[in-house]
Design a protein around this ligand. Structure first.
Ligand code: CA
Length: 263
């Protein structure tokens, strides 16, 4: 559990919470929009915000054909509401919408979530492209587009949005950590660390330069279920400091916790 950054774990936790809360939207249950057979249980659910019936239907068909779950709404307001209700993998967002436009929807999505956004627009102007990207859109597809191209772009953006596996080798100054092999060395010489010291050092190195509270360290290294107190963290930090010597400096932040100083 030490192999992942605090941010990654926080996101994962958020995702699993969102996933657990996801349910079939009321509107789909009521049948005003047909619920695609493949919608439930899909890994990737894509929200399509498009008021044009033909384009929306085409996009949905192609995405479903590729195995994605699709929620299709026709206004930005509905799109933002869906974003609150579901764990979505990506948003395909038209610019020209009734009510608030796609740019404003994109701005509001970015203010509250990391969900990737691909913008569709009929206005094939450089200024729109730039505005869309500046607002945090991940890609931009000018209309008219081929549905196959859109699906290819969806795949590419989803691929990019995948969390990267943590690096196997962490290096900071003279200290090198090989996670897979669970080996640590200082200037090439092996460091003899216990399992928890190793995990603690990995956590510090991943978050070098950042203040970490004792509670964060406890959670990362020992897990939430650990019954002991934060004194355990202090003891292990002391042991780690003794073994690291001058190689890396772990600062005590009064009232906060610890920080590994970047060499
Ligand atoms: Ca439109």
């Amino acid at each position: 559990m030490t192999g992942r950054s605090l941010a990654t774990r926080a996101c994962e936790r958020l995702d699993s919470m969102k996933g657990a809360g996801a349910s079939v939207p009321e509107r789909l249950k009521r049948g005003s929009l047909p619920a695609p057979a493949s919608w439930r249980g899909m890994d990737a659910t894509i929200l399509v915000v498009e008021d044009d019936r033909n384009i929306g239907s085409l996009v949905r068909t192609y995405l479903e054909r590729d195995g994605y779950g699709v929620l299709w709404v026709r206004s930005g307001e509905e799109g933002l509401a869906e974003l609150e209700r579901h764990a979505l993998s990506l948003v395909v967002l038209d610019v020209g919408l009734p009510g608030i436009d796609g740019f404003e929807v994109c701005r509001q999505i970015r203010a509250r979530a990391e969900t990737p956004v691909i913008m569709l627009t009929a206005r094939d102007e450089e200024v729109d492209r730039v505005l869309g990207l500046e607002l945090g859109a991940d890609d931009y597809v000018p209309k008219p587009f081929s549905p196959r191209e859109l699906v290819a772009r969806v795949k590419a953006v989803l691929r990019r949005a995948q969390p990267q596996p943590p690096a196997d080798v962490l290096t900071l100054g003279e200290v090198e950590l090989r996670r897979g092999a669970r080996e640590a060395s200082r200037a090439g010489a092996a460091l003899d660390l216990t399992m928890k010291e190793f995990d603690l050092l990995a956590c510090f190195m991943e978050n070098a330069g950042l203040a970490l509270s004792r509670e964060q360290l406890l959670e990362q290294v020992w897990g939430l279920e650990f019954p002991g107190g934060t004194r355990t963290v202090d003891q292990h930090v002391a042991q780690l400091r003794a073994k690291l010597g001058e190689a890396l400096r772990i600062e005590t932040l009064r009232g906060v916790g610890y920080k590994l100083v970047r060499p």
